[in-house]
Design a protein around this ligand. Structure first.
Ligand code: TUI
Length: 307
């Protein structure tokens, strides 16, 4: 399973763990890196001291490469962009914006930069800015999403850029990996299946919602704010959708959702939490160690690709 992604990142399997805000911390990231993938710590909008501590913790838990995701809408993105240089983080992924203004400094520091992008135009812009690869993320993903699907987006991005493309959105087993490779991707990013990794520190209620979800159990809220977000369908998220439909204002909507990622991941608060998860949740049915997840997915993919 050697691709330009395994060579670029110095990893065994071409799999990145999604940089899920409030979810992707050092224990999970180190477990994925130790399993031969690339674990990622999510910057989210956490305080900078917490993130420094998380990066140092990951270094103590693995001698393998790992990455940090910078959520560009975060108020402390600028500070985090400097912190990853100081802490000599080997790989950065970015989300929810254009990381162009940080690119030069990161490249000068020898960091591998992999922006997550929802469109061909942004992929081309990132290639011109010096990105080492891109994650083409389809609307099947959990969290903040674009509108194009993985099936349509990935081959179009592959055709448009020369840097390697990593597919994301709706990939949770070896079939998803094999399909991504058929579309021209050289790696995959997986979020939802790692939500139920043994090492994932989220509240058990969050894991249970994903384990119990069926194919139709995710919904997208917040389209009218310009920041659509996919998560598990609950009374709370159905309420948000009704609020939108009934003409509530984007400002009031933001107020209703503030703090909801923390309430889901840390408190397991079913009534007020946003349990972000991908449309593939219906296929994620078992809690397993990260290593078992990675090995199972690639054993299945290799079998399919050799067939
Ligand atoms: O970033 C994600 N997923 C996320 S971030 C997040 S935290 C959050 N909380 C509240 C509101 C919004 C986010 C939860 N999930 N995925 C990567 C991703 N990036 N998806 C879409 C994009 C994206 C969108 C626009 C990337 C670039 C972009 O550029 C616009 C431009 O041209 O500046």
């Amino acid at each position: 399973m050697e691709t330009r992604i395994t060579k670029l990142l110095g990893i065994k399997y071409p799999i990145l763990q999604g940089g899920m805000a409030w979810v992707a911390e050092s224990t999970l990231a180190a477990a994925v890196s130790n399993a031969g993938g690339l674990g990622i710590i999510a910057g989210g909008s956490a305080p900078i001291d917490y993130l420094r501590d998380q990066i140092r913790r990951a270094k103590s838990l693995t001698d393998k490469p790992f990455g940090v995701n910078i959520m560009l809408m975060s108020p402390n993105a600028e500070e985090l962009a400097k912190l990853v240089i100081e802490e000599k983080v080997p790989v950065i992924t970015t989300g929810a914006g254009n990381p162009g203004k940080y690119m030069e400094d990161w490249k000068a520091a020898g960091i591998k930069v992999i922006p997550v992008i929802p469109s061909v135009a942004l992929a081309k812009r990132m290639e011109r800015a010096g990105a080492d690869a891109v994650v083409a993320e389809g609307t099947e993903s959990g969290g903040h999403i674009g509108e194009n699907t993985t099936m349509c987006l990935v081959p179009q991005v592959v055709d448009a850029v020369s840097i390697p493309v990593i597919a994301a959105g709706g990939i949770a087993d070896g079939r998803g990996i094999a399909a991504s490779f058929m579309l021209g991707a050289e790696g995959v990013q997986v979020g939802t299946r790692f939500l139920v990794a043994e090492e994932c520190q989220i509240h058990p209620n969050y894991k249970q919602l994903v384990l119990d979800a069926k194919d139709t159990d995710t919904i997208v809220t917040g389209r009218f704010t310009g920041h659509p977000c996919r998560g598990i369908k609950t009374k709370y998220t159905k309420g948000l959708l009704n609020f939108e439909r009934e003409g509530g204002s984007p400002e009031e909507f933001e107020k209703l959702t503030v703090g909801s990622l923390r309430k889901a991941a840390v408190d397991g608060n079913i009534d007020e939490g946003s349990f972000l998860a991908g449309a593939i949740s219906g296929m994620v049915n078992k809690i397993q160690p990260a290593k078992e997840i990675v090995e199972e997915m690639f054993a299945q993919a290799e079998k399919l690709l050799c067939r």
